[in-house]
Design a protein around this ligand. Structure first.
Ligand SMILES: O=P(O)(O)OC[C@H]1O[C@](O)(CO)[C@@H](O)[C@@H]1O
Length: 408
């Protein structure tokens, strides 16, 4: 088993909480969760009983006390009882912010009977948003498919193509339906040159150099959103598998719906079916390769309840650590995964990211657009410039990082 390298609790800053005065976390818990729950009511045809459950949940936030889950058929009931143990008598603002969000999405599933045998079992309350996210991105998907179809003509992993695919994938993370509902904002842009000035830490060349040395390796993705972002992940996976830089690619997916747009195995399958039905030749060809890779087990879809738990990533169970230790490179996708990788704590923004995530058992590249008041690996002058130039830089999703943490 790999030696675990946990962050030193003595040096650990406090967790971000909704009770942090004037913070994004505060408005996120106090306002945004209720808005999301109302949208779930509006976008589904639930029974009056389920609507009432959701309305009660809305009223509870933020000053009601958090309580144990009550859906007895769920596979994670006991785990959540123990996660909640330290927070008895706490309201939604008093518990750590990431915990509050993960708990909220899990409470949505309790309210909608997601785990209960019957009509609503396994019905994704965010399906409408997810489908809209995909169908409104169709032009951008066609452009990306065309790009990847050209890229794979190069037998050897061509660094220029690969770097572009990594940039596309980063910007795909701007598409986040928990913040900006599908169809309301144009997020599916396929452009990269002008956007590079918005990347605050860019290790893309190092990542491309590393991948160029690979032959039939294993590469992993800790996946974030379905929709356009997932297309970007699939493009990289396709490129790596088709050029044989990777023998296998693993996608680590959520075991149930959460954070509105987070991807499950079902979403990946739905996405490949959706692409396969396209009348666009490029999209179709891309889809057929993906379907083949899934069918012949070169693109492996995995789920684990840890990914929907409220725990920091350094508490990954041994089974996941030992599995990821076999990887040659892990892509860590999105803002929420990035927050978890740092325990969603108040680290000074200049802390080297690699110092925090040294517990990862394999080399890691984080692709994240900034949607929360947390950062690492930045320069002091850069932070001052950003505060001056764009006061909302931490949360408006316009800025990104591509940070490579090597272990060799
Ligand atoms: O899909 P992503 O990139 O993980 O973003 C989700 C994140 O954005 C937010 O919606 C806003 O901070 C958080 O809830 C979460 O961290």
């Amino acid at each position: 088993m790999k030696q675990r390298n946990f962050p030193d609790p003595e040096l650990m800053p406090p967790p971000i909480k909704g009770s942090d005065e004037g913070s994004f976390a505060h408005s996120s818990v106090a306002v945004r969760l209720g808005v999301i729950a109302k949208r779930v009511i509006a976008e589904n045809d639930f029974t009056p009983e389920i609507v009432e459950n959701l309305e009660k949940l809305i009223q509870e936030i933020p000053y009601g006390l958090v309580r144990p889950l009550q859906d007895t058929h769920s596979p994670d009931l006991a785990a959540w009882t123990s996660y909640l143990e330290p927070f008895q008598n706490c309201n939604w603002l008093e518990i750590p912010w990431y915990f509050a969000e993960a708990y909220f999405y899990r409470r949505i599933l309790e309210a909608t009977h997601y785990f209960q045998p019957g009509r609503w079992q396994a019905v994704d309350p965010f399906e409408y948003q997810k489908n809209l996210g995909l169908s409104t991105a169709i032009d951008a998907i066609a452009a990306l498919s065309n790009f990847v179809n050209n890229a794979i003509q190069d037998i050897h992993p061509n660094k220029t193509y690969l770097k572009e695919l990594i940039y596309f994938d980063l910007w795909g993370n701007r598409a986040d339906m928990s913040l900006w509902p599908a169809g309301e904002v144009e997020q599916n842009r396929v452009e990269s040159e002008r956007e590079k000035s918005y990347i605050l830490a860019d290790d893309t060349s190092k990542v491309a150099d590393r991948i160029a040395s690979f032959s039939s390796t294993r590469i992993d993705f800790i996946i974030d959103n379905a929709g356009f972002e997932l297309i970007g992940d699939l493009c990289i996976a396709d490129f790596l598998l088709t050029t044989n830089a990777a023998g296998t690619v693993y996608f680590h997916l959520k075991a149930h719906p959460t954070f509105v747009s987070d991807a499950t195995i079902k979403d990946v399958i739905y996405t490949t079916e959706f692409l396969a039905k396209s009348s666009d030749r490029d999209v179709k060809a891309f889809a057929l390769r993906l379907k083949n890779y899934i069918a012949n087990n070169r693109l492996k879809l995995r789920e684990h309840l840890f990914w929907t738990s409220p725990l920091p990533l350094w508490e990954m169970p041994d089974t996941i650590v030992n599995d990821l230790a076999r990887s040659h490179l892990i892509f860590l996708k999105g803002d929420a995964n990035y927050r978890r990788s740092m325990g969603d704590r108040h680290w000074p923004f200049t802390t080297p990211y690699g110092d925090i995530v040294s517990y990862f058992p394999a080399p890691l590249v984080a692709l994240r657009t900034l949607k929360s008041e947390l950062a690492a690996g930045l320069q002091t002058a850069q932070i001052e410039m950003l505060n001056h130039q764009d006061p909302d830089w931490l949360t408006n999703g316009q800025w990104g990082v591509i940070q490579f943490v090597d272990r060799s």
